[in-house]
Design a protein around this ligand. Structure first.
Ligand SMILES: NC(=O)c1ccc[n+]([C@@H]2O[C@H](COP(=O)([O-])OP(=O)(O)OC[C@H]3O[C@@H](n4cnc5c(N)ncnc54)[C@H](O)[C@@H]3O)[C@@H](O)[C@H]2O)c1
Length: 247
């Protein structure tokens, strides 16, 4: 029960890593808000958590929209009274937006992967400050450290921005007890809207641990940062990549 009594919002909680984090957080005693743009998947995750004896609700949000963030914060406070943890996990891959030189794809990646993190962090931090602090975990990527010619350059740009924005937020909100850290997953099973089996096989071969990750590999790291065990950890980067960046 490492999150006993805490209230946690997980964006992108309907699928993939966010789903794994929502389920794990609930098992560890948190009341969880599964926040996602996909109502059917998200509601099913929240219902499953409740059926397993946990506490969860689903709230639909498009994380690019500030008004929808305000509604999510209000719904969380109405249901559970406080916010202790926010995982800014919702994201899209570069392969979902097409032309790597197109401005539409660039703007979409920046909006979903980067601007969402700014909106969620500032609004959640304002509530956390009222109750003495909290933990915000921003999901970046190994592609927030390095470039590649795969996918869209906007993906790298957005994930790099999440990495350094998290440090700025850690400095800004640290005096108020709000911790902000970034997590950098390596290659995991295909994201919801972008599958490339061959690329994943190549990634496994290039990873020192000789496999791609699974969502729980990341969820346990996020759990640590969410918990009070990490109470002196802020502005840090947790890389969970099977050693890929170490090469
Ligand atoms: N899978 C990987 O290899 C990998 C590697 C490094 C980092 N990441 C990052 O980890 C995070 C989770 O990735 P995943 O693989 O679990 O992806 P996923 O596609 O399985 O899940 C992402 C979730 O975000 C939601 N989402 C997308 N756009 C949204 C929006 N505008 N508003 C609200 N919700 C939205 C989706 O509906 C989905 O449920 C992402 O930020 C991704 O960039 C993934």
């Amino acid at each position: 029960m490492r999150l006993h009594g805490k209230v946690a919002i997980v964006t992108g909680g309907a699928h993939g890593m966010g789903e794994a984090e929502a389920r794990l957080f609930a098992r560890e005693g948190a009341s969880v808000v599964v926040a996602d743009i996909l109502p059917e998947f998200g509601a099913a995750v929240a219902a499953d958590i409740c059926a397993d004896g946990g506490t969860a609700l689903f709230h639909r949000i498009d994380v690019t929209q500030e008004a929808e963030w305000q509604a999510l914060i209000a719904a969380t406070l109405a249901a559970y009274g406080r916010i202790d943890v926010l995982v800014n996990n919702a994201g899209i891959s570069g392969s979902t937006v097409g032309d790597p030189d197109g401005i539409e794809g660039w703007n979409r990646l920046i909006a979903v992967n980067q601007t969402s993190v700014f909106l969620g962090t500032k609004l959640a931090a304002a509530e956390m400050i009222k109750t003495g602090g909290g933990s915000i975990i921003n999901i970046s990527s190994i592609n927030g450290f390095v470039g590649s010619d795969a996918g869209h350059p906007g993906y790298h740009a957005s994930k790099g921005a999440v990495r350094i924005y998290s440090k700025a937020a850690a400095v800004r909100y640290g005096p108020h007890g709000v911790r902000v850290n970034s997590v950098h997953p390596g290659y995991l099973p295909p994201m919801l809207n972008g599958t490339n089996a061959n690329a994943r096989a190549v990634a496994a071969a290039q990873t020192p641990m000789r496999r791609i990750g699974v969502p729980m590999d990341v969820a346990y790291g996020v759990l640590y940062l969410a918990s009070d065990e990490a109470s002196f950890v802020t502005g840090s980067e947790l890389v969970i990549d099977g050693g890929w960046l170490a090469q």
